[in-house]
Write a new protein. Structure first.
Length: 256
């Protein structure tokens, strides 16, 4: 079931068959995908993430979400810690993701292509949230409550002002009455930087709009300008460096 840049599969087989991606097949071809197996036979409250660069044997009856590694907005070294280990799916974002994928599989034939693209992006966003939570499962000490609350407030501020080219770490510090150093410390505790967070959020919106058929009449450079990249050359450079292709090619790939 194609969902734009991601795919949802429902695996069913029986008898003596046992599908397996062996080391030999990995050496022959690696599509550079992450494979998320959602709770069917894995466990009632667990999901498991695999890497196409490693051998794997999927389960029968499982729902599987496949997506390019480059589309996951998490550093590879953080994702590596979650490969082939149980990821909770009984509450929070894990439960929401499981329910979303089950719902997509059930209603797929009744959804329009634009709706499927949006559902695919939503599934990818939830997957990112689930995995991001998984690499930081240790409870926060009591003194960490203020930085966490402030980070959420800053994230909301960033979301409201993504289209402003002047949005920057210094602008965030001024808006919240704190020092630039403190802003950087708050984001460091989340495993990123303020500038990288802003850039990632902008590119996420750009990727969403570039794959939306309802917005294909809007030029690529206008999409970039809408989300804080007023200069087409800067938008093209940042998008290519992060995603691996130009914005125009990304849009064409999503359309085919």
């Amino acid at each position: 079931m194609p969902l734009g840049g991601v795919e949802l599969l429902e695996l069913t087989y029986g008898g003596p068959l046992r599908p397996e991606r062996t080391s030999r097949l990995v050496r022959r071809s690696d599509p550079e995908l992450y494979v998320l197996v959602c709770p069917a036979l894995v466990g009632p409250r667990e999901m498991v993430l695999f890497d196409s660069a490693l051998p794997l044997a999927p389960w029968s009856g499982a729902l599987v979400l496949r997506f390019p590694k480059r589309s996951l907005r998490l550093p590879p070294h953080r994702v590596r810690r979650l490969l082939a280990v149980p990821i909770p799916a009984g509450s929070g974002c894990g439960r929401l993701l499981s329910q979303l994928l089950a719902g997509i599989a059930q209603e797929y034939v009744d959804c329009s292509p634009p709706e499927l693209i949006r559902l695919g992006q939503t599934a990818l966003d939830l997957t990112t949230a689930v995995l991001n939570r998984g690499v930081d499962t240790a409870p926060s000490p009591p003194h960490a409550s203020r930085p966490r609350t402030l980070f959420l407030a800053i994230a909301a501020h960033v979301d409201r002002n993504l289209g402003d080219p002047g949005l920057s770490p210094a602008a965030i510090a001024r808006a919240h009455g704190i020092s630039l150093r403190y802003v950087q410390r708050i984001f460091q505790e989340q495993g990123t930087t303020a500038a990288a967070f802003i850039r990632t959020q902008r590119l996420t919106r750009c990727r969403r709009d570039l794959t939306d058929p309802a917005l294909h009449h809007i030029p690529v450079h206008a999409i970039g300008a809408r989300w804080g990249f007023p200069r087409p050359s800067d938008f093209n450079r940042v998008f290519r460096a992060t995603v691996g292709v130009s914005p125009g090619r990304y849009r064409k790939g999503a359309a085919t």
